[in-house]
Design a protein around this ligand. Structure first.
Ligand code: SF4
Length: 238
């Protein structure tokens, strides 16, 4: 199955800029951005981030406030803070053997950086890879990681897989099946997540008085280290 998949990938693989580098920092930035943001939105922001901070040392030398500001619009802002902390960790102590020691780096992100940057023999299992592996029941080597990601993202879709154009269809036991819709995340509009995002955007543009802001959102942002509150003034962490 893997040979058919790799042949398909040759012709249909997505041309993503972070696939052209083996720099672990650049790959870590892409993986953290991709955790909760769509690929199309990540591409220009990843480029911009790397222009601004081309190396892990450059990011480590920036302030957390700058990283949070640069992250605005990508959502789930805690990722910016964690990425910044991870950069400081790497800049002072080097890359740890176990990448999950870095803030905000879970199993999948660690495996992706290990595989794509350090060439270690691990298959990073994101939601797309897992779906294809489960449906086909096949085993794939780490060399197939990006092909599996693309097949899961563009052909072996969650609800209605496009088995008619799938290179694995001939030997796939799930061919032609349909799947129940997954439970969707609640709407962003009107959610607490939106209130937090709006509050952080205000504070990112300028320090504000606490009594001008959504106090509950400020408390939650402060707990995450995304803002600091001193003398009734809310600002980004210095
Ligand atoms: S045949 Fe269908 S279910 Fe099987 S891997 Fe391909 S797209 Fe997915």
């Amino acid at each position: 199955m893997e040979a058919a998949l790799l042949a398909w990938f040759e012709r249909n693989g997505r041309d993503l800029p972070w696939r052209k580098t083996r720099d672990p920092y650049a790959i870590l930035v892409s993986e953290v951005m991709l955790q909760q943001t769509q690929v199309e939105r990540v591409v220009p922001r990843w480029r911009r981030w790397l222009e601004r901070w081309p190396t892990v040392e450059a990011l480590a030398a920036a302030s957390p406030a700058e990283a949070i500001r640069e992250w605005q619009g990508l959502g789930y802002n805690r990722r910016a803070l964690n990425l910044h902390r991870a950069a400081r960790h790497v800049a002072t102590r080097g890359w740890p053997d176990d990448l999950t020691e870095l803030p905000g780096v879970g199993r999948y992100t660690a495996d992706a950086v290990s595989c794509f940057a350090f060439g270690r023999a691990v298959l990073p299992m994101d939601v797309n890879v897992r779906r294809v592996v489960e449906r086909t029941g096949a085993s794939f080597s780490p060399a197939a990681a990006q092909a599996l990601m693309d097949l899961g993202a563009t052909v072996c879709l969650a609800r209605v897989p496009r088995c008619g154009v799938c290179p694995l269809a001939e030997r796939c036991p799930s061919r032609g099946r349909r799947y129940e819709p997954l439970r969707k995340q609640g709407p962003f509009e009107g959610s607490f997540r939106q209130r937090r995002a709006q509050t952080l955007r205000l504070v990112a543009s300028a320090a504000r008085r606490l009594d001008e802001l959504d106090a509950e959102a400020v408390r939650s942002l402060a707990r995450d280290g995304l803002v600091s509150v001193r003398g009734g003034i809310v600002s980004l962490p210095a």
